[in-house]
Write a protein that binds this ligand. Structure first.
Ligand SMILES: NC(=O)c1ccc[n+]([C@@H]2O[C@H](COP(=O)([O-])OP(=O)(O)OC[C@H]3O[C@@H](n4cnc5c(N)ncnc54)[C@H](OP(=O)(O)O)[C@@H]3O)[C@@H](O)[C@H]2O)c1
Length: 246
């Protein structure tokens, strides 16, 4: 069993990942900008307290994100501190298609992957598809709009706790480099997901499909955000919605 530091351990993916690691018997410390039980307080963008945060740590599970803005700076700080501390394994969560979809956030995630892979710290990188929570947030955010607007591409949403289980499994093993991508059990159009959300959330609004131009949309329409073959995740989007809105 290892001493593990989880960055982003307070987030959507972080909370179930910390739970899964503890269930597996690991000793887990969470790095967060705010204080709390079993937490070390630090801002990864400055990296000032990182040396202390990594004392006695063997494995780092790096999940923290700023939505792209400071992710590369944070990775630079974390990698430098991990190298100084002699960290034995860094596990990084990335996104399916970061090398094939020119979204600025994805370009940053790819750069972070490359920095981790080029570092002296042995690593494992897992790419996952969008979480059910993110898809839902996109629909829920439109609450001030008259309709639910959906683009003409789809996704393969996955339950964050299932990604968390896989991360815990990987963190408990030897560094493996880039491992197989994971996605949810179904490939759904945005319109299908919006209709499922509308029913679950009892939204009276119409679902309106819109055509968007550009290379990013082209890549998404080309299903570069999905994993070929059968899905890894078990929970469907409608099962997640039933649980969330019950
Ligand atoms: N959402 C998706 O659909 C999806 C799909 C595939 C992969 N991923 C990846 O999964 C990871 C987690 O995503 P998520 O949706 O769980 O994110 P989230 O809920 O937005 O959580 C972000 C986390 O980052 C931490 N953080 C932000 N700025 C920080 C800073 N300056 N210093 C230290 N910690 C900081 C936050 O901690 P505090 O606020 O406590 O400081 C929080 O725990 C990301 O790397 C993301 O790219 C997400």
């Amino acid at each position: 069993m290892a001493q593990i530091l989880v960055t982003g351990g307070t987030g959507t993916l972080g909370v179930p990942t910390v739970d899964a690691l503890r269930r597996d018997g690991h000793s887990v410390r969470v790095l967060s900008r705010s204080a709390g039980h079993d937490r070390v307080t630090d801002d990864l963008t400055t990296g000032r307290g990182l040396d202390e945060a990594l004392e006695g740590i063997e494995t780092v599970v790096h999940l923290a994100t700023t939505g792209g803005q400071n992710d590369e700076r944070q990775a630079i700080n974390l990698i430098a501190a991990a190298e100084r501390a002699g960290i034995r394994h860094i596990v990084y969560i990335s996104i399916v298609g970061v090398d094939r979809i020119p979204l600025p956030y994805y370009v940053t995630k790819l750069r972070v992957e490359e920095r981790i892979a080029a570092s002296a710290v042995p690593h494992t990188i897992l790419r996952a598809t969008q979480f059910h929570d993110l898809v839902t947030m996109i629909f829920a955010y439109q609450k001030r709009l008259p309709w639910i607007f959906v683009p003409r591409f789809g996704a393969q949403p996955i339950a964050a706790p299932e990604v968390a289980e896989r991360l815990a499994e990987l963190a408990g093993r030897k560094p493996a480099g880039r491992v197989a991508d994971i996605g949810g059990p179904e490939k759904l159009s945005a319109e299908q997901m919006a209709r499922q959300w509308k029913a679950a959330a009892h939204s009276p609004k119409r679902v309106v499909s819109i055509r968007l131009p550009g290379k990013i949309v082209e890549a998404l329409r080309d299903r570069r955000n999905m994993v070929p073959g059968p899905g890894y995740g078990k929970q469907t989007y409608s099962e997640y919605l039933a649980e969330r809105y019950s």
